[in-house]
Design a protein around this ligand. Structure first.
Ligand SMILES: [Cu+2]
Length: 871
C-alpha cells in the first residue's frame, strides 16, 4: 500500500536507495540543465517573434520538442522504474537515448530554420530512433519486473512515446511540404493533437495518478489502478480515432475521438478532485499548479471539441492557434513548473535537510507566480482589447522567467553538492552532459546569429540590381491565401523597377520573401506591406517562409522578359533538369499496370448525352515504371472520349474535385459564347456546359484555365468524336490522342520551364509512353481498321504513319482528302496542334506493323506503338 512515505520519486525508503545514488543525481542535474537551456532559447525566440518569420514555430518547438520532450524522456524512464519496481536501465544507453533526442531535435529545428529539408529529415529520423529506443526500453522494463499497483501508469508512457513517433512523422511531412496543400489542414491538426494530447497529455495524466496524492500527502484512492486503466483506454483510444480521422480529413471521426479523450480527462479529474483532503499538502505550491494545469487541460479539450464539432477543418486549423497559450502555458509550462517544484529537490538533494532548503528556494513567491501565470493564460484567451493580450503574455513570460532563475539557483546548488559529495565519495562527475549542454547552446546560438542577418530589415534590392534601370516602375498587387501566392508569376521587362504590394487575405498568417531581396514581416489577416525590389534584371523566386508553405506551393516566379542576354540563372537550372530524367522505354511496366484501351466505344443511343466530368488529380504510370501526378478530367489523361453523331447535344457537368485550384473546360466541337461555360470554377463548384455538335470531326477538349500550357501539359485534355454522316462500319475503330509528356512536380518551376521551351520528356499516345508497344492493338489480315487521331499538344502536332501500310481513306478537319476507289494513297495524316481526323487501312498479311509519329524525335521518345496482325 502506498502512503506519503512511499515517495516513488525517491524520497522514502521504498523504492530502494539506488535513487539517491549520486550518479542519478548528476544525470538529473545534466538533464535539467538541458531543459533550462531549451526554455531560455524558447523564451528568446518568443520575444523576437514579430521580427523573425519562423520564430513563432521555433518558439513553440524549442519549448515543446526541446524542453518538454527532454523532461518527459527523463521522468517517464525514472517513474517507470519506480512504478514497475524494475531494474534501472543501463546508464550509458540512457544517456545515449537522451543525447539522440536532443541532437535529433536540434537537427529538426536547425533544418526548418535554415530551410534545409535533408537536415530536417535526418533530425526526424534520429529523434524517432531515440524515442523508439525509449519505447522499447519501457516495454522491456515491464517484462520480468515485479510490477506494482501503479504498473498501468507505465502504459501511459509507452502510448506517449508511440504518439511522439507518429507526431514526428507527421511533422516531417508538414515541414518538408510532403503533405501537399490538399492534406495540409488535416495533417497539421493531426500533428498538433498527437503531440499535445498524446506525447505531452498522456504522461501528464498518467503521472498525476501517482504524483497528485503524493504532493498532497494523502493515501492514494483504492480505485486508482482501475481508473488509470479506464482513463488510458478512453484517452488513448480517443486520440487514435481523432488522429486517424484528422489525417483522413474526417471531421466527425475527429470530433468523436476528442470526445472520448475529453471523457477520459473528466474521469481522471473527478478522481483527483475526490483525493483532496483538508489537511495541508506536502507542497501547496506544486498542488495548486498541478490542479490549475489540469483545469486548463479540461478547458483546452472542451474548446477543441466544440471547434471540431462546429467548424470545417481549415477553419479549425486557424482557430486552434488561439488555444496554444492555454495548452502551452496553462497546461505544459504549469505542469512542468509544478512537478519540478516538487521533484527537483528530491532528485538533486542528498538528504532531508538539503531537500527542504532546495524546495524553499523553488517555492519562493509561488502565490504571486501562480496568479501571474494563470492570469497570463486567461487574459489572451478572453475577448479583450489587444493591450490585455500583451499584458497577459508579459505576465506569463515573467512568471516563467522567475521560475527559471530559481531552477538555475537550485541546479547550481545541486551541482555544488554533487561536487562536494564527489570529493568525499569519489563518484564521477558528468562532463559529458555538461559538454552536450554547452554544445547545444553554442550551435543553436550560432544558427540564430547566422540566420538573423538576411531575413529581415533592408528594403534594398540585392543581386540583380547592377543593370541600368529602364526608368519604368511597375507595381503589382499580390495576395497571399489558400497556400498560394497570386499572381504566381510576374513578367517584367529587364530593368523595370518592381514594387510588390502584398496583402494577406488568408485567416492564417503568412509572409513573403523575395530571393536575394527583402522580406515582409509576418502579415496577419488583412495586413498589407509594400516591398521595393528596385530594377529587376534576373529571374527571382518569392515564397512564404513559414515551415512547409513553400514546398506546398506558396511560391511566385518573377520572370524577366526581353533581356538582351536571354539566359538567366534559372533557365540554366531547368535545362539541366530536363537532361536528368532519362526514361527507359524498353523496361516493363509495373505489375498490375493496365493500358488505356484505344478502342472507340460505339456512340450511345439518343441525341442528348449527359456526362459528368470531375477535375481531379491522379497519380498514374505514364511510362514504364515512372509514376507521375496528372491533372485530369475524370481521373485519366486524356479524359474520357465523347462519341456521337451530327446534331447530338452534350450536357457536360464539370465538377472541380481538385482542392488545390480552379479549372474550366473548352469543347472545340460546339460553338457558343465562351464567357459563361468556359469560366474557371473553384474547388467544390459545378458547372453545366451544354453544346450541340453541329459538325462532324475529331475534336479536342481541354481545360480553359490559365496557365493553359500547364493545365493541358499536365493532362487536362480529351477527344470528342462526331461521326460524319454515312460513315461506313469498320472492323476496328481506334482513338489515339497524341500529346507531350512533362515529368516533374506539376506546376513546378522546372516543369514549367520544360513546357515553355518545348522540351518534353516523352511524346505519347493516350497518355502513356510506349504503351501499345507492350500491349499491341490486335487485328486480322484483311480487316478494315479506322484510326481516329487528335493532336492534343499542348505544343506539338503529329505526322501519323503506320509502317507497312498505305491509307486509302483520309479524313482531316471535317473533309475527306481521300476515299477508296481512286488511284491515290496516303502515307501520313498530318495534324497541327489541336487538329483531328481519321485514316483507314487494311493490313495485307500477318505481321507486326508499327504506328508512329513520323517526327522521329517523337517516335523515339515514346510516340510508338504496334499493330499485331494475325493471319
Ligand atoms: Cu485545369
Amino acid at each position: 500500500m502506498y502512503s506519503k512515505n512511499d515517495d516513488p520519486a525517491g524520497g522514502g525508503g521504498h523504492p530502494p536507495s539506488r535513487f539517491k545514488a549520486s550518479g542519478l543525481r548528476s544525470r538529473h542535474l545534466g538533464a535539467h540543465i538541458l531543459v533550462a537551456v531549451w526554455v531560455v532559447l524558447a523564451l528568446s525566440a518568443a520575444s523576437i517573434q514579430q521580427t523573425l518569420p519562423v520564430a513563432r514555430w521555433l518558439a513553440i518547438h524549442l519549448f515543446l520538442l526541446g524542453a518538454a520532450t527532454t523532461a518527459i524522456v527523463v521522468w517517464s524512464e525514472h517513474f517507470a522504474v519506480a512504478m514497475l519496481h524494475a531494474r534501472p536501465p543501463d546508464r550509458r544507453w540512457s544517456d545515449a537515448r537522451l543525447a539522440g533526442v536532443n541532437i535529433g531535435t536540434l537537427g529538426v529545428l536547425t533544418g526548418v530554420w535554415a530551410d534545409r529539408s535533408v537536415l530536417t529529415g535526418v533530425g526526424c529520423v534520429l529523434l524517432i530512433a531515440a524515442v523508439g529506443a525509449h519505447l522499447t526500453v519501457l516495454v522491456r522494463m515491464g517484462r520480468g519486473a515485479l510490477g506494482g499497483r501503479l504498473a498501468p501508469i507505465a502504459d501511459y508512457y509507452r502510448a506517449a512515446a508511440a504518439a511522439l513517433v507518429v507526431g514526428a512523422v507527421l511533422g516531417w511531412l508538414l515541414a518538408t511540404g510532403k503533405a501537399g496543400a490538399e492534406h495540409y489542414s488535416g495533417l497539421k491538426l493531426a500533428h498538433v493533437h498527437v503531440t499535445l494530447l498524446g506525447w505531452i497529455g498522456l504522461p501528464v495524466l498518467g503521472t498525476l495518478f501517482m504524483l497528485w496524492p503524493t504532493v498532497l500527502g494523502v493515501r492514494m484512492a483504492e480505485r486508482t489502478t482501475r481508473s488509470a486503466r479506464r482513463v488510458l483506454v478512453l484517452t488513448g483510444g480517443g486520440l487514435l480515432t481523432a488522429v486517424a480521422g484528422l489525417s483522413a480529413g474526417s471531421r466527425p471521426a475527429a470530433a468523436c475521438g476528442v470526445a472520448f479523450y475529453a471523457a477520459g480527462v473528466a474521469v481522471a479529474a473527478q478522481l483527483f478532485a475526490r483525493t483532496v483532503h483538508r489537511r495541508p499538502a506536502i507542497s501547496a505550491a506544486a498542488a495548486w499548479m498541478l490542479a490549475a494545469a489540469m483545469g486548463w487541460l479540461c478547458v483546452g479539450v472542451t474548446v477543441d471539441l466544440v471547434l471540431l464539432a462546429a467548424r470545417p477543418l481549415a477553419a479549425v486549423r486557424d482557430d486552434i492557434g488561439s488555444l496554444l497559450p492555454v495548452l502551452l502555458v496553462g497546461l505544459v509550462a504549469q505542469v512542468l513548473i509544478g512537478a519540478l517544484t516538487y521533484l527537483l529537490p528530491i532528485v538533486l538533494s542528498s538528504g532531508p535537510k538539503e531537500r527542504a532548503s532546495l524546495r524553499a528556494v523553488l517555492e519562493r513567491g509561488w502565490v504571486a507566480r501562480v496568479g501571474a501565470l494563470n492570469l497570463g493564460v486567461a487574459l489572451p484567451a478572453l475577448p479583450l482589447p489587444h493591450a490585455f493580450r500583451t499584458a497577459g503574455m508579459l505576465l506569463a513570460g515573467g512568471a516563467g522567467t522567475v521560475f527559471l532563475a530559481l531552477v538555475v539557483r537550485v541546479l547550481v546548488r545541486g551541482g555544488r553538492g554533487l561536487r562536494r559529495d564527489a570529493e568525499q565519495g569519489g563518484a564521477s562527475r558528468r562532463p559529458v552532459l555538461w559538454g552536450t549542454a554547452a554544445g547545444t547552446v553554442l550551435i543553436v546560438l550560432a544558427v540564430l546569429v547566422a540566420n538573423s542577418g538576411g531575413d529581415t530589415g533592408s528594403e534594398a534590392s540585392g543581386a540583380g540590381a547592377h543593370g541600368a534601370g529602364s526608368g519604368i516602375t511597375h507595381t503589382v498587387a499580390v495576395t497571399l491565401a489558400d497556400m498560394r501566392i497570386r499572381p504566381a508569376r510576374i513578367e517584367v521587362t529587364a530593368g523595370t523597377a518592381l514594387k510588390l504590394k502584398i496583402t494577406n487575405t488568408d485567416t492564417q498568417r503568412h509572409d513573403l520573401r523575395v530571393e536575394d531581396g527583402p522580406t515582409t514581416p509576418m502579415l496577419a489577416h488583412g495586413q498589407t506591406r509594400t516591398l521595393e525590389l528596385g530594377p529587376v534584371t534576373e529571374n527571382r523566386e518569392a515564397w512564404c517562409t513559414l515551415p512547409g508553405h513553400r514546398a506546398a506551393g506558396m511560391t511566385m516566379d518573377i520572370v524577366v522578359t526581353g533581356a538582351a542576354d536571354g539566359a538567366s540563372a534559372h533557365d540554366g537550372h531547368s535545362m539541366t533538369a530536363t537532361k536528368g530524367a532519362a526514361l527507359d522505354l524498353s523496361a516493363d511496366f509495373t505489375k498490375g499496370w493496365k493500358e488505356r484501351t484505344a478502342d472507340l466505344a460505339p456512340a450511345p443511343g439518343g441525341t442528348v448525352h449527359k456526362v459528368e466530368l470531375h477535375a481531379a488529380r491522379a497519380t498514374v504510370e505514364v511510362a514504364p515504371r515512372v509514376k507521375q501526378q496528372m491533372w485530369t478530367f475524370g481521373g485519366t489523361a486524356p479524359g474520357p472520349t465523347l462519341h456521337g453523331k451530327v446534331g447530338d447535344v452534350f450536357e457536360v457537368t464539370l465538377v472541380d474535385d481538385d482542392p488545390g485550384m480552379g479549372h474550366g473546360i473548352d469543347f472545340h466541337a460546339g460553338s457558343l459564347a465562351p464567357d459563361k461555360p468556359m469560366r474557371t470554377i473553384q474547388p467544390g463548384e459545378r458547372l453545366v456546359y451544354r453544346f450541340r455538335a453541329d459538325r462532324a470531326g475529331a475534336w479536342l477538349y481541354h481545360c480553359s484555365t490559365a496557365p493553359m500550357l500547364q493545365h493541358m501539359g499536365n493532362g487536362m485534355y480529351g477527344a470528342v468524336i462526331i461521326d460524319p454522316p454515312g460513315l461506313a462500319k469498320a472492323d476496328h475503330e481506334y482513338v489515339l490522342v497524341s500529346s507531350e509528356l512533362y515529368l516533374g512536380t506539376p506546376g513546378s518551376a522546372a516543369q514549367v520551364a520544360k513546357m515553355r521551351q518545348d522540351m518534353p520528356d516523352a511524346w505519347v499516345f493516350n497518355g502513356v509512353a510506349n504503351q501499345y508497344e507492350q500491349r499491341p492493338l490486335k487485328v486480322r489480315a484483311g480487316e478494315r481498321a479506322r484510326f481516329w487521331v487528335i493532336a492534343a499538344g499542348p505544343s506539338d502536332g503529329i505526322a501519323f504513319h503506320i509502317v507497312g501500310t498505305v491509307f486509302d481513306t483520309v479524313y482531316k478537319e471535317g473533309a475527306y482528302l481521300l476515299k477508296p476507289g481512286g488511284a491515290g494513297g496516303s502515307q501520313v495524316l498530318d495534324l497541327a496542334t489541336a487538329q483531328g481526323g481519321f485514316v483507314e487501312t487494311t493490313f495485307p498479311e500477318a505481321g507486326h506493323y508499327a504506328f508512329v509519329d513520323h517526327d522521329m524525335r517523337h517516335a523515339e521518345a515514346g510516340a510508338h506503338g504496334m499493330v499485331e496482325v494475325s493471319g
